[in-house]
Design a protein around this ligand. Sequence first.
Ligand code: PLP
Length: 387
Amino acid sequence: MNQEGLATRCVHAGEIADAHGSPHTPVYTTTTFRFASTKHLLDVVDGRQPGSLYTRYGLNPTIQSLEGKLAALENAEMAWAFCSGMAAEAALFLTHGRKGIVCLGDAYGGTLELLASQLPLLGIPTHLLLGSELARLENLLKGGAGLVFFETPSNPTLEIFDIRAVSELAHRHGALVAVDNTFASPVNQQPLALGADFAVHSCTKYLGGHSDLTAGAIMGSRELLMPIWNWRKNLGSMIAPEVAAQLARSIRTLPVRVRQQNASAQVIAEAMRAHRRVSGVLHPGLPDLPGHVLASRQMSGFGGMLTIEVAGTGEDATRVADRLKLFALAPSLGGVESLVTQPCTTTHHGLTPEERARRGISDSMLRLSVGLEDAEDLIADLNQALG
Ligand code: PLP
C-alpha cells in the first residue's frame, strides 16, 4: 500500500514518464498498438508480460495510468475504469452478484432500476432493504446472497451505514461488500480500510468534479477484480482514453476541491438550520442527523451534499428550486458549480408517493450539491429563493 498522503497520490500516482519528459501521462488515443514480433504480441495477449494491446480491453497506457491513480485513491491493489458509474456497477453485479445481491438503503435511481427490474430478468435474485430493515440482512445472507451493496451517505436522506459492521456480518456468511463511495469521495471515506471488498464510483461526480465527463470505477483486490475484466471487455464498457486523461487531470485537484466543498456545505447546513423557512436539514456534519456519531467515526470529512426540507408543501419547494440563481437546477452532483434537485421531481420521480414516504423522502426536500462558489454567495442565493 502506498503510504504517501492522499493529495500526493492524487498528483503523482499512476503517472508514466515518457521519452519527452512530460510531467504527466500523455493521451494515447490509438485503438491498437504495434508489436515487434508475434512472440511479444502473444506474451501480452496471454498476460505473461504487461503491455499495450487494444484500447477496449483497457490495455492502453493512458487508461492504465488512470487506473494506477484510481487504485491509489482508495489504497487498493487494483482499479478498473469504466465509461460510466452504471457500467462499473453492472460489471460488478454480473461478476460477483449472481448468487444474489442485497442493496441496503436508498441508492441512485439507475442502480435501483437495474437491481429491481433488470437483473431479476437474468435470474439474479435481488433484495432492496431500507435502513430500518437492516435486521433482515443476516437472513438474506444465510439464504445465500453473495453481495451486499450500499451507498453511505445515501441519497437524498444522507443515511449513514456502518461499513465495518456490515462487512463483518457479510464476511461471516461468505458474502462480499461493495460501497458506492461516490457521495463521500475517497477524500472523506475509505471503505476498503473499513473492511469493504470494493469501492465503486460514479467518477462523473466528485472525481471528475467539473460536470464535463462521464466515467466509473471499481477498486479492490487483484483477486476480486481480475474476474471483472472479461465482463468489462465483452460488455464494451471501457472508458475512452481522452476521458481517462481528463479524469486523471481532475483527480490531481480532488482533495483541494472536496475539502473546500466540505467546509462550505457545513457553513450552509448551519445557516439553513437557523432559517425560519427551512423545517429540516440533513447533513452528516450536523449533530442532529441520526448518523452523525457514526459518520464522525468512519468519515474524515462530511462531504458537500446536504438536503433541506422547505417549510410548506412540495409546490413551495419547487418554487424555491426555480428561484435559485447560483444553484443550477440539474440532476447531478460533485461539480465545481452548485446544483439543486427536488428528489420527488427528479431522482425519485419514478417512485409512488407512498414509496417515497416509506423511504423518508418528502416532496418538500431539496438536495443541494455544494460547489466551489463562495459560501456567503450560496447562502445569499438560498435566502433570496426561500424569501
Ligand atoms: N452512484 C451514484 C451515487 C450516483 O449518484 C450515480 C449517478 O447519479 C451513479 C452511481 C451512476 O453514475 P453514472 O451517471 O456515472 O453512470
